[in-house]
Ligand binder design. Structure first.
Ligand SMILES: [Ca+2]
Length: 267
């Protein structure tokens, strides 16, 4: 859960303190319209409470017309700065910041301020996140190994809003499958509690295996290359075994659960 209220600027700057004319803009926003516009000398801030001493994920999204930076600062209740970051502004909405910061239980104030370029800021968040989207994608990429990376060339490298590259839709699907969604029903790792991390990874892996099955079904013409013994059809058949897919009247053996990972590593 986000420790900040109205971090997405849903309709106004409620719960935020705007300094020197920082203003709400209804026509801009990352996930949902509504953002804050920061120009020279302007800032927004909000107090929050951390109920546990642990790493807290500090995130925000940013967009601006020029190149420059906004500054994010966290002060404790003695007004000592405990964290500060300079965040690059880009022409498209970008997750400018996603860093875990250890904050002891207590009261803090987060401030986002103009540095040297007018910009929009949205989806400011301070939350406990056991696994980030990137970490989920990397974990599944590691489990799939060559099966996903070699021929299919699937990558976790982000590309604009496809923040986990070829794994983006799979991460969305995995989060939805275990109910890690925000109040608007969107996949959100802030709702991925510790006990549903493993089921989520299983679902992401399952989604990727279906995607890989489609890939190897399209590219199943066997070929021989020096030093390569694996054939696309073998990979397709292995995926069918893992998923228990019935193809062409054949019923492949079901191999869910623990067996699933062993089969994948056996590639
Ligand atoms: Ca918004």
């Amino acid at each position: 859960m986000n420790r900040l209220s109205n971090g997405g600027f849903d309709g106004d700057l409620a719960n935020w303190t705007a300094s020197n004319g920082a203003s709400f803009i209804a026509s801009e926003g990352y996930k949902e319209l509504g953002a804050v516009h920061l120009a020279a000398g302007q800032a927004i801030s909000q107090s929050f409470y951390t109920p546990a001493s642990c790493p807290w994920m500090i995130e925000l999204w940013v967009k601006g017309g020029g190149s420059g930076n906004v500054t994010l600062t966290i002060n404790d209740d003695n007004n000592n700065t405990v964290y500060t970051a300079s965040i690059a502004v880009t022409p498209a909405w970008t997750q400018g910041h996603a860093v875990r910061v250890g904050l002891p239980m207590g009261h803090y104030t987060v401030t986002v301020s103009y540095a040297d370029v007018a910009c929009y800021v949205d989806d400011v968040s301070v939350a406990r996140v056991d696994k980030t989207r990137a970490e989920l994608a990397l974990e599944v990429a590691r489990l799939l190994g060559d099966l996903a990376s070699a021929d299919a060339g699937y990558s976790v490298a982000g590309d604009g809003e496809r923040t986990e590259g070829d794994y983006t839709e799979a991460v969305d699907a995995g989060l939805r499958a275990v109910g890690a969604v925000d109040r608007a029903g969107r996949p959100d790792v802030r709702f991925l509690s510790d006990d549903i991390v493993d089921p989520c990874i299983d679902e992401i892996q399952r989604y990727m295996l279906h995607k890989l099955h489609r890939y190897y079904s399209r590219n199943a013409t066997d070929f021989e290359l020096e030093g390569r013994s694996e054939k696309p059809s073998q990979r397709r058949n292995a995926i069918e075994n893992i998923l228990g897919i019935s193809v062409g009247g054949r019923r492949a053996a079901s191999g869910r659960g623990v067996q699933q990972r062993r089969l994948i590593h056996g590639q």
